[in-house]
Ligand binder design. Structure first.
Ligand SMILES: [Zn+2]
Length: 185
């Protein structure tokens, strides 16, 4: 994958009403984000606090066997029947930097290392670009894990759930939708 292709993943800035507020007190969105992203999700989306259910962990990861993750997603999709799940990572995330991964353990470390191994060509990029590319790849990898969960796959098949892959850039203070496989000229 070339640098140009990698940078094209983040092409579509989120508008102020990307997901319109329903002005209701029941959640319509499950947000899966990173523990160190330092922004307020509701402000970014311009929705009410009550419209959002938030799940965060280090690196916005969806790990097989993570009970907290499993139960939250099950509750959101089956009980609350949310209409959207947003998987949001952020540039500058320390946990996806190869140099900051040494302290990680278990499935977090093995999943990130496996992803990096599958995309070793990003090591040819300058360090800052490599780290940004890896943030994007990690978001897409978690999105793929999410789509494989039976309750999520079922809700998507029924047309009542959409998945969104989002990256936040703290330098521009804007979020972008990743467009995997839609690399415009
Ligand atoms: Zn982070």
């Amino acid at each position: 994958m070339s640098e140009t292709q990698l940078r094209r993943l983040a092409t579509e800035p989120l508008g102020p009403n990307y997901i319109p507020s329903l002005q209701q007190t029941t959640p319509q969105i499950l947000w899966i984000g990173c523990s160190d992203d330092n922004f307020k999700e509701c402000t970014m989306l311009n929705i009410l606090d009550d419209e959002l259910l938030v799940l965060t962990n280090i690196g916005n990861m969806i790990i097989d066997g993570d009970l907290s993750c499993d139960i939250t997603i099950e509750h959101a999709v089956v009980d609350l029947q949310v209409k959207h799940i947003l998987v949001c990572g952020h540039y500058g995330c320390r946990i996806v930097k190869a140099t900051a991964r040494d302290g990680l353990k278990g499935p977090w470390l093995s999943k990130l290392n496996a992803l990096h191994l599958a995309h070793e060509d990003i090591n040819q990029l300058p360090v800052s670009e490599r780290d940004r590319a890896f943030v994007e790849l990690n978001i897409l990898d978690q999105m793929h894990s999410l789509r494989r969960l039976p309750q999520v796959a079922n809700a998507i098949a029924l047309g009542r759930l959409r998945i969104h892959e989002i990256v936040y850039d703290p330098e521009t203070e804007k979020a972008y939708r990743l467009s995997e496989g839609q690399q415009n000229p």
